[in-house]
Write a protein of this length. Structure first.
Lengths: 103, 166
C-alpha cells in the first residue's frame, strides 16, 4: 500500500491510485483527484460520486446500468462527465475501489 | 513489451450466432470495451442478426437440445429429451433472462443502447441480410450501417486493434 498527498492531505491509495480507505475521502480531495484525471468537478459530478459511494457502502454492484437508472444522469451523460472510462474514473474520484463488475 | 506501452485502442467484434449466450458474449465484451474507453465496433452476421432485428432482439433463446453444458436448476444434467418438449426452451430462456436481470445485465435492446451511448458502433452484414430477406427497416434504429465484409475490414485497421469472433 502506498500513500498520496492531495492538497496537503495524505491518504492511503493502492498502486493504481484508488483509495483503500473510502472513509478518508472528502469533497475537497475529490476535486484534486479529478484534476489529475483532467476533470473539473461540477455539482452533477458530485451527485454521481455520492450515488456511487452510497451504493458501494450498501455493498451493491457498481454497474454502468445502475448509474443510468439513478435519475441523476443517463448513460450518455455519464460518459460525458467522465470521458473515456467512466466507471473507473468515477470510482477513483469517489474514493472507492476499482469496480469489479463486468457490466 | 508491456500492456502499458501498447494498450488496446480498438476492438472489432463479430457476432454470428443468435442464441442468448452467443449474443451476450458479444454484448458484454463490447460494452466492457466501451467502458474501458476502447473504440468498439460490433458486426452482426448470420443468425447474430437476430440480436439487432426488432422482431427478435428481445426474445432470444438458448438451445435446450444438443447442449451438453445445460443443467437443471439443482445442477443435475438436463435431459435432451426434456428439451424437445414444446415450451421448455422458451421457459429455460426466460429463466436465463431473469437470472441476468438480477445481475443488472440488461435486455438486448437496452444493452445495445448502452454500447451506443458510450460511442460503440453497431453494424449489420449485407450478405446475411440478403440471405434472410431483411431490410434496414427490420433492424433496430441504432444500427449505424449495413456493411460488406470488405467495408468491415477497412474499419478494423490500425495498430493495437483486435478482431474478436464470439
Amino acid at each position: 500500500m502506498s500513500q498520496k498527498t492531495f492538497a496537503g492531505v495524505t491518504v492511503d491509495v493502492n498502486e493504481e491510485g484508488y483509495f483503500t480507505n473510502p472513509a478518508q475521502w472528502t469533497k475537497e480531495l475529490a476535486v484534486e483527484v479529478a484534476k489529475e484525471e483532467g476533470i473539473q468537478l461540477t455539482d452533477k459530478h458530485l451527485a454521481v460520486l455520492d450515488f456511487l459511494r452510497e451504493r458501494f457502502a450498501k455493498g451493491d454492484n457498481l454497474t454502468i446500468r445502475s448509474v443510468g437508472n439513478s435519475g441523476i444522469v443517463d448513460i450518455k451523460g455519464f460518459y460525458g462527465l467522465f470521458p473515456g472510462a467512466p466507471m473507473k474514473k468515477a470510482a477513483k474520484i469517489a474514493g472507492i475501489p476499482k469496480p469489479s463488475s463486468c457490466v | 513489451m508491456s500492456k502499458e506501452e501498447f494498450p488496446l485502442k480498438k476492438v472489432c467484434l463479430i457476432c454470428a450466432k443468435g442464441t442468448i449466450e452467443d449474443v451476450y458474449a458479444a454484448l458484454v465484451m463490447s460494452n466492457g470495451a466501451v467502458m474501458e474507453g476502447i473504440e468498439t465496433k460490433v458486426f452482426f452476421t448470420f443468425f447474430g442478426l437476430d440480436a439487432i432485428t426488432k422482431k427478435t432482439m428481445n426474445s432470444l433463446h438458448t438451445g435446450t437440445v444438443g447442449n451438453p453444458a445445460m443443467r437443471m436448476p439443482g445442477g443435475l444434467p438436463f435431459p435432451t429429451l426434456l428439451g424437445v418438449i414444446p415450451g421448455v426452451e422458451a421457459g429455460v430462456s426466460s429463466m436465463m433472462r431473469s437470472q441476468m436481470e438480477k445481475l443488472d445485465i440488461p435486455p438486448v435492446k437496452e444493452f445495445l443502447e448502452m454500447i451506443e451511448a458510450g460511442g460503440g458502433e453497431i453494424y449489420a452484414c449485407k450478405l446475411a441480410m440478403d440471405m434472410f430477406k431483411l431490410t434496414k427497416d427490420d433492424l433496430w434504429e441504432g444500427v449505424k450501417d449495413v456493411l460488406t465484409v470488405g467495408q468491415f475490414y477497412e474499419m478494423c485497421g490500425g495498430l493495437q486493434t483486435q478482431i474478436i469472433f464470439t
